[in-house]
Design a protein around this ligand. Sequence first.
Ligand code: ADP
Ligand code: ZN
Length: 731
Amino acid sequence: MADPGFFDEGALVSVLTTEPLGRPLDYRAPEGGCLPGAFVEVPLGPRRVLGVVWGPGEGGFDPARIRTVTRVLDAAPLGEAMRSFLTRAADYTLTPLPAMLRLATRTPGLADPPGPRRIYRKGQAAPERLTAARARVLETLDDYGGAAFTLGELAALAGVSTGVVKGLVRLGAVIEEEAPRDLPYPRLDPDRPGKPLAADQAAAAAALRDGITGGRYGTTLLKGVTGSGKTEVYLEAVAECLRRGRQALVLLPEIALTAEFLERVRQRFGALPGEWHSGVTQTERRRLWRMAGEGGVSLVIGARSALFLPFRDLGLIVVDEEHDSAYKQEDGVLYNARDMAVLRAALCDAQVVLASATPSLESWVNAETGKYRRLDLTSRFGTAEMPALSAIDMRAERMEPNRWIGPTLAAAVAARIARGEQALLFLNRRGYAPVTICRACGHQIGCEHCDARMVEHRFLRRLVCHQCGETRPMPETCPACGAEGRLAPVGPGVERLAEEVAARFPEARVAVLSSDLFGSARALKEAIAGIAAGGADIVIGTQLVAKGHNFPLLTLVGVIDADLGLQGSDLRAAERTFQLMRQVSGRAGRGDRPGEAMLQTYQPEHPVIRAILSGEEEAFWRAEAAERKAAGMPPFGRLAGIVLSSPRAETAFDFGAELARRDGPLRQIGAQVFGPAPAPIARIRGRHRVRLLVKAARGAPLQAAIGEWIGQIRPPNNLRLTIDIDPQSFY
Ligand code: ADP
Ligand code: ZN
């Protein structure tokens, strides 16, 4: 009898590949056998493809035609928990399993031996007189007894420039050599002292530590205003996880945030963690992927896709700013990393910490009903106070044409500048003007491929479609009537606001923070650091600034148009506006000076605006929850969005209508289908879009029913069908 945990040579195994075949195929185990979960290369037709040994073979094929696994790759096998995570995530999101496996193997050269790479370790020579910097490098190498590092790592650990390390190489005190394989990451030291915690912080940290010690699954909502020390607290949970020898993952919504965060980790644990996001080099991605599987990295900081790294023993997942819509992947595999983190943790006995100042309604309700534990940090750390909030009633402001900063806000900004403090003007609109209109014929310039207006970007001197990215030079004449010099911008974007600021405050130094104005994450990071150091008097920003950056000199936040998010019929419009306004106003007064936030609004009596001003968050969530409950909307009911797109509108509509007619499988679980209806953005990249919405009760087996429903008819060629379980957006 073969060991059930091992497949002997010739045994039938089922291999899941990343090819779109739908299901695993049978192969024979290669010479030397293989482990379940092993990464392998298998023949498929004339090609060789990557796969994972998913389990014993199914049998039932002609034994003569079953081919043999080509080779077993030199990578840690995918653990049982990870395999069931991928299976469950595929079932939940109605994604084919191979596409799910692709998320977990998006690593260049996974099958190849590592490329040449230089590493650095202690040499024999002991130079006599050492500069302080050189001595620190040698001490660091002694501290890590025998370990090797990359150049950047060693320099960072010792706190010196890379030139210092190179100097020691010339002296023979440090050896530089080619690495035969990927290096493990430097060990983090959980026992270095953290900051002394305030009472509520200490209590929360202790509760999180207990969760880790228990070694079981559990989810905690860690709620606290910006600056209350949530990061400080969950780093204590990370420390406990490291002490237990398990791996920890911290998910962040923005790459721009990682630099600040990495530095905090270095200060707390003495070395840098692994980093995973689109800005990381291929070599480093490969190394991290492999080390996650081998256990050679103990802490990873990453974007949502880091959740699919093959961790050997994951004990903690932190989802910071858990309400952030960046956690929802909106193309390819549609998943919400926050929800998938909970699933993954449940399958590998890990703890989840969801941190936010303004939790999603889903998490708030889960905490109310006891599904999640909830910990609150109620005050800002130290002397920093929450900003005073007020509304400016725009109906009473005397506005000049093409001006968006009212006299009240302008006076407040002037007062801050006079005191040497910073003001932030928030407008969640990129570009110069959202609409360009021809004054001769009334034509509004739209995108040729999308049902969207082109947005003028004056810095680029181009029109840009924010849907498909199409750009073209700003025309001189109207594309519809040919009139010359009659095109005019309508409404403000951040660039136009910058113009107004320059005119009103000619002496002020102005910085514009908008994602499209920075070529790289590094340029953005530098701009943010410059502002934090006092390099600007007025900051103009989009949503980008709402997220956890620290600007100690900032004492005033002016929201140009607080009503912007309240329009539209989006289910989450109120929740989003509430979160965004709270986050933005949380930017003010993080140093030792009190902050103030002013919201320009035409509807100060709107319930959302009132809730923001009153600061009675719990009342806001209770009211919002009651409304959703009455309507059977998430999280009290379930939704799935179906988008059909095709170059021909008719094709999409006809197919949608056919689906709606055949709703038997949905009715069987008491679900309703709405539509087909044209999507709010009815055309993107030349494809016409039609939506259906399925609504079911909370406990209903939605995925199974949808699978059966969709499976009834074959979509015509040219029709693309996407299923979005728990949709976040409805465009
Ligand atoms: P949050 O994650 O809730 O926004 P942070 O953990 O980033 O809050 O804390 C805000 C600021 O206060 C940071 O600069 C942090 O270092 C500091 N801070 C928080 N708690 C403490 C503490 N107990 N001792 C010293 N500084 C602290
Ligand atoms: Zn477009």
